[in-house]
Design a binder for this molecule. Structure first.
Ligand code: PGA
Length: 261
């Protein structure tokens, strides 16, 4: 696991955008795994700037998002499809037909199981994911894989935990319906991506970051599953790094890496 500690959230976003751009420029038909939430918004903005400056084209890129709320139509302002169009897709040259999120508008359980299975198949058919972008919940979730999620889980229906519902309340108006179920890629689905890039900023994430990087491998902290991946990079700002016992070591490793380069 590579841990990169940067000064600010802005640096984290720029690092993420550069990694996305490198992947897209290196591959003939790049496949990106994308995330919603407040953390990646600035990274998308920086990638859009790079597109506008002709540093990258997304015309051949295929994307798969981690998750989608159940029972919310794509065009609804609270859907993750809407979020992705608004914050990223509508500003770049990616054909919308190349962008996928779990199909979760239905409230029929059998249909949702079928959609989850089809999502896994679509990822396989696309050749797997080259780079998966991730955030982390205050409770250590990745995607909507809440604590106690199976480390071998695949795309499926998941009930959101109380802490996630509470943390996401800020995106909903008073009295507005807030979904409690989602279709999410599983932990094993995520671990099959060739490269993982997890972003975390701010002091609220410091405990989850510590559990992920330095805690035991446990379903109680789903992000700790990244310890099993061969190419996982954690990019955090100094506030999110605050609880790391081996912080100096991670900084030293990055210094060594730069000297080598
Ligand atoms: P946030 O969400 O970026 O809005 O903090 C991250 C997550 O819950 O995965």
């Amino acid at each position: 696991m590579r841990v990169i500690i940067l000064d600010s959230a802005k640096d984290v976003a720029q690092f993420a955008a550069n990694t996305i751009i490198d992947t897209v420029n290196r591959k003939m038909r790049p496949t990106l795994g994308l995330a919603t939430g407040s953390t990646p918004i600035e990274a998308y903005r920086a990638a859009i700037d790079a597109y506008k400056a002709n540093r990258v084209s997304f015309a051949q890129t295929v994307t798969f998002n981690l998750d989608e709320y159940i029972g919310i139509k794509e065009e609804h302002i609270q859907s993750y499809r809407y979020f992705m169009n608004q914050h990223f897709f509508s500003h770049i040259d990616i054909p919308l037909s190349n962008t996928f999120l779990p199909s979760a508008a239905s409230l029929n359980e059998a249909q949702l199981h079928k959609n989850a299975h089809q999502y896994e198949e679509a990822i396989k058919k696309a050749g797997g994911i080259d780079l998966q972008l991730l955030g982390i919940g205050e409770n250590g979730h990745i995607g909507f894989n809440e604590p106690t999620s199976s480390l071998r889980s695949r795309t499926r229906i998941k009930s959101l935990s109380e802490s996630t519902i509470e943390a996401n309340k800020r995106f909903f108006k008073n009295g507005e319906y807030q979904p409690r179920l989602a279709l999410t890629m599983g932990i094993e689905t995520i671990l099959e991506s060739r490269q993982l890039l997890l972003l975390a900023t701010g002091s609220k994430k410091a405990n989850a970051v510590k559990d992920m990087v330095e805690g035991p491998l446990t379903a109680m902290c789903p992000a700790s599953a990244l310890q099993l991946h061969q190419d996982a990079t954690i990019v955090i700002d100094s506030e999110a790094a605050d609880k790391l016992v081996m912080k100096d070591y991670y900084l030293w490793c990055e210094q060594q890496r730069q000297d080598l380069e």
